[in-house]
Design a protein around this ligand. Structure first.
Ligand code: XUL
Ligand code: CO
Length: 440
């Protein structure tokens, strides 16, 4: 691994300078070593950069081609370029000071003319990734396979009506798992890609769901066979590219996993913009996964309230990051998961330095959300208000119901004797919201 030419010229290691700094290439809130609830910020947040957006994103959209200026991109989709790109990626990761990255197999290495050639390309790039990981200590948060771009996956991969699409996808995931394992990846993600449908008339849904479960079981079996003990994740998304995706939201995914007996092996990787597309707030999805024991990892981004698709914008809203970090702290943290910026700079933000502004902003927004959430927890005002709201359940009647000691008959008897239920108290939503604003 020779000394590569610097790609991000004039940009050094991004440091913590505190809220008062005027330097926009510095952190105001993310201080990796600073302790929050007794743990360094770096270990709470476990930030990762998405290889696909940061290093393969072109800025292309349905109305025009890519706009990104990336001076190092001189060699298209060649293997030589893929290898040099790894050097650029690690320069970026090191300068930014993140501990992790995530990739799809086809982000890092070009697809060849045959599966064998694709695997050889991936092996060559994996060697380079491993060298840089060893040199820098930067780790792979999770790996995954791109089972949606190639034409063979036009009808889906694990849920394709074409059995050989399924078989090819299996071979691809086998290899992606082996590469993830080789790189010491902490996890492996299944995102549905084209696993869903456009038209129910031409779709055998039961069969497709059975196939998806069988596919995941084969992945789990192969992981065991090669000694990969990382966490598997299922990433919910309701639509796009398909009209209806089988991994619609957390509740749908949990039900799928339990139906097929996969729940011991797979947790959720929850993405903000996917939650909002499903008609949920991110906090709802996190809460539901947390209470079910499925909170795994998050894909940090945001949508746009005025745009109804997956815009994958960088998160900058402190209210959102506070909600996210409050719920994550409540459920004991994310590790071995982390916060992966599945986010892309806007088509109009085409200079390399914009990659830094985007990630710095996202990291600072999450660091600030973490500090605010920890302050809320230390103070306990929200928790006290919540307990007050449910105080009636601390009565002998409430305790007996929660202990399973009452029945419809016994409750009818009590209410007949009383004639009417005690009056409800105010929900105080505005008070709760005002209290939260006192921390922001
Ligand atoms: C697509 C998406 C994917 C997954 C990984 O919307 O979020 O990038 O995170 O395949
Ligand atoms: Co994602």
């Amino acid at each position: 691994m020779g000394q590569a030419a610097e790609a991000f010229v004039g940009i050094g290691r991004i440091g913590f300078e505190g809220p008062a700094t005027k330097n926009m290439l510095a952190f105001r809130h993310y201080d990796a070593e600073a302790l929050v609830e007794g743990k360094p910020m770096r270990d709470h947040l476990r930030f990762a950069v998405s290889y696909w957006h940061a290093f393969r994103g072109t800025g292309g959209d349905p109305f025009g081609p890519g706009t990104m200026i990336r001076p190092w991109e001189t060699d298209g989709d060649s293997l030589a370029m893929a290898l040099r790109r790894v050097d650029v990626a690690f320069e970026f990761l090191e300068k930014l000071g993140v501990g992790f990255y995530c990739f799809h197999d086809r982000d890092v290495a070009p697809e060849g003319a045959s599966l064998a050639e694709s695997n050889r390309n991936l092996d060559a790039v994996t060697d380079r990734l491993a060298e840089h990981q060893a040199r820098t200590g930067i780790k792979l948060l999770w790996g995954t396979a791109n089972l949606f771009s190639n034409r063979r996956y036009v009808h889906g991969a694990a849920t394709s009506p074409n059995v050989e699409s399924f078989a090819f996808a299996a071979a691809q995931v086998k290899k992606a798992l082996e590469v993830t394992h080789r790189l010491g990846g902490a996890g492996y993600v299944f995102w549905g890609g084209r696993e869903g449908y456009q038209c129910l008339w031409n779709t055998d849904m039961k069969r497709e769901l059975d196939h998806l479960a069988a596919f995941m079981q084969m992945a789990i079996d192969h992981a065991r066979a090669i000694g990969f003990t990382g966490q598997f994740y299922f990433e919910p998304k309701p639509r796009e590219p398909m009209k209806h995706q089988y991994d619609f939201d957390v509740a749908t995914c949990v039900n799928f996993l339990r139906t097929y007996g996969l729940e011991k092996h797979v947790k959720m990787n929850i993405e903000t913009n996917h939650a909002t597309l499903a008609g949920h707030e991110m906090q709802h999805e996190l809460e539901y996964a947390g209470l079910q024991g499925f909170l795994g990892s998050i894909d940090a981004n945001t949508g746009d309230t005025l745009v109804g698709w997956d815009t994958d914008q960088f998160p900058t809203n402190i209210y959102l990051t506070t909600q996210v970090m409050y719920t994550i702290l409540k459920y004991g943290g994310l590790a071995p998961g982390g916060i992966n910026f599945d986010a892309k700079v806007r088509r109009e933000s085409f200079e390399p330095v914009d990659l830094f502004h985007a990630h710095i902003g996202g990291m600072d927004a999450f660091a600030r959300g973490l500090k605010i959430a920890a302050a809320m927890r230390a103070d306990g005002a929200i928790q006290r208000l919540l307990e007050e709201r449910y105080a009636s359940w601390k009565s002998p009647l409430g305790e007996r119901i929660e202990a399973g000691q009452e029945s419809f008959a016994s409750l009818e008897k009590a209410m007949l004797a009383q004639g009417e239920a005690a009056a409800c108290t105010s929900g105080r939503q505005e008070l709760f919201e005002n209290v939260i604003n006192t921390y922001l």
